[in-house]
Design a protein around this ligand. Structure first.
Ligand code: SF4
Ligand code: SF4
Length: 462
């Protein structure tokens, strides 16, 4: 029987319209704007100044903390400004503006297609390369890969899971890289497996990607590394959620507040595996990724999967792809379930960009909400075992302690509850806002406890 996660989940139409669109390389724009916040954690600190000449693949910013990442130029040219600029959500963040001149890459980067199959054996050196190349998780969280691949003392990786589920409707970039870069992804998996001490690696792919399953299985067989396998997963949203994937593959459950490594799992996206291959075997920093241009109001011939460079303005990509289609009521970055509405097309691509999704009014229009009929469908659909109808009620009454006691902090914002609610109640919006508030309270409490413990430690002993 095909594997999947145990609790909840929904079955939206997958709308993988662009599944057969081969990856095309986007031409270079005149200017790129490279954000210093392309990863989870502290923003990177720029090390270039106006007037500097840079090459593609050259470091332009250093990590701003332990959880942070290097940022590299994606183009060659001249630095025109280092200044705040609005990102995708409209927030101001420092960007390095570079006027594109030619396409010269930094020394030592191998841009050839020659496959390098020999797996390095030095763990520390390999982790350093992954860090120096600015590799972050490309499944959505953008957590620095070198940190995740180096579990704390006492934690042992028992399984590396490669996330090839791509369960969000419409998105097809992971599907395409699994078809077109299957060997590179498998070599990336073998490298991460070595770094983690040799645990088995499982590549989980949803059943609606038969070409990807076949290409990845063939690559695994041809490369012949030990302990790597492909697992066909049932199509069910959110199959690609980290905890859901672990449950499907390992039959283990990550407890509330726990990390995957607490059950011996390390999860990385297939695109991250490709980035690890390029970093370790080709010395190529993470300055490119693949994104899907799609949507229900976009004709099939205008759908694409593009290889983009970080810092390309979204407006440039939209224009190159044929312009914003008539009837687009909403433009989203990511999928329709968890993606972010784009308020600013002048924003630029970052390492984790995955799509430009054009949705029609018919697709996005919310029906009027009515009163909760206590059907319990939202609770049945919740993959985290929460009670969304109750969280919604508590949130409306600002009952923060109760929300925490009911584990609102475990919500993964998947939207299954809202998707399934027959009363059309905007559960996700309410829960998301309340979750942010509860997590803020939890963080402040933890910081206060830490400060009190440090003060007690520093106080003179009687
Ligand atoms: S959005 Fe949160 S509450 Fe709703 S189904 Fe997903 S995890 Fe559960
Ligand atoms: S699915 Fe909607 S109507 Fe049913 S219990 Fe949940 S909130 Fe109420």
């Amino acid at each position: 029987m095909m594997k999947t996660f145990k609790i909840g989940g929904v079955h939206p139409n997958d709308n993988k319209i662009s599944r057969n669109c081969a990856i095309e390389v986007l031409p270079l724009p005149q200017t790129v704007f490279i954000s210093m916040a392309q990863h989870l954690g502290a923003p990177a600190k720029p090390i270039v100044a106006v007037g500097d000449q840079v090459k593609a693949g050259q470091v332009i910013a250093e990590p701003g903390g332990f959880i942070s990442a290097y940022v590299h130029s994606s183009v060659s040219g001249t630095v025109k400004s280092v200044a705040p600029r609005k990102d995708l959500s409209g927030n101001l963040m420092t960007h390095v503006e570079i006027a594109v001149e030619g396409d010269e890459w930094a020394e030592g980067i191998d841009l050839s297609d020659t496959l390098v199959t020999e797996i390095p054996t030095d763990k520390a050196e390999t982790l350093k390369k992954i860090q120096m190349c600015g590799v972050v998780g490309l499944g959505g969280a953008t957590f620095p890969a070198h940190v995740k691949l180096n579990p704390a003392p006492g934690c042992k990786a028992e399984c590396l899971i490669l996330n090839g589920a791509e369960c969000e409707p419409f998105l097809t970039s992971d599907n395409r890289i699994m078809i077109e870069k299957s060997k590179e992804i498998v070599i990336g998996a073998a490298i991460m497996k070595m770094v983690l001490g040799g645990c088995p690696a499982v590549i989980g792919i949803e059943e609606n990607k038969p070409e990807a399953i076949s290409a990845m299985s063939k690559a695994v067989a041809e490369l012949g590394y030990e302990g790597i396998s492909v697992m066909k997963l049932k199509k069910k949203y959110p199959q690609g959620g980290e905890k859901q994937l672990i449950n499907a593959v390992m039959k283990r459950e990550v407890k509330s507040g726990g990390l995957p490594i607490s059950v011996g799992a390390v999860v990385q996206n297939v695109a991250t595996s490709l980035a690890v291959y390029e970093a370790v075997q080709k010395n190529k920093p993470l300055v490119t990724n693949t994104m899907t241009i799609t949507g229900d109001c976009l004709p099939v011939e205008k759908q694409h999967n593009y290889l983009f460079r970080i810092g390309m303005p979204l407006s440039y990509i939209a224009e190159y792809a044929g312009g914003i289609p008539e009837g687009a009521a909403k433009i989203v970055s990511g999928g329709p379930m968890m993606g972010k509405a784009i308020s600013n097309l002048d924003a630029c691509t970052v390492k984790g960009s995955s799509s430009l999704l054009y949705l029609s009014e018919a697709f996005t229009k919310r029906k009027e909400a009515s009163a909760c009929i206590r059907c319990g469908k939202c609770a049945d659909a919740c993959p985290m075992g929460l009670e969304p109808f109750l969280l919604n009620k508590l949130a409306k009454n600002a009952m923060m302690d109760e929300l925490e006691a009911r584990s609102i902090q475990d919500c993964i914002s998947c939207g299954c509850c809202q998707f399934t609610c027959p009363a059309n109640i905007p559960l996700l919006d309410t829960i998301n806002i309340a979750k942010g508030q509860v997590m803020g309270i939890m963080r402040a409490r933890a910081a206060a406890a830490k400060a009190a413990a440090e003060a007690a430690k520093a106080a003179p002993q009687k």
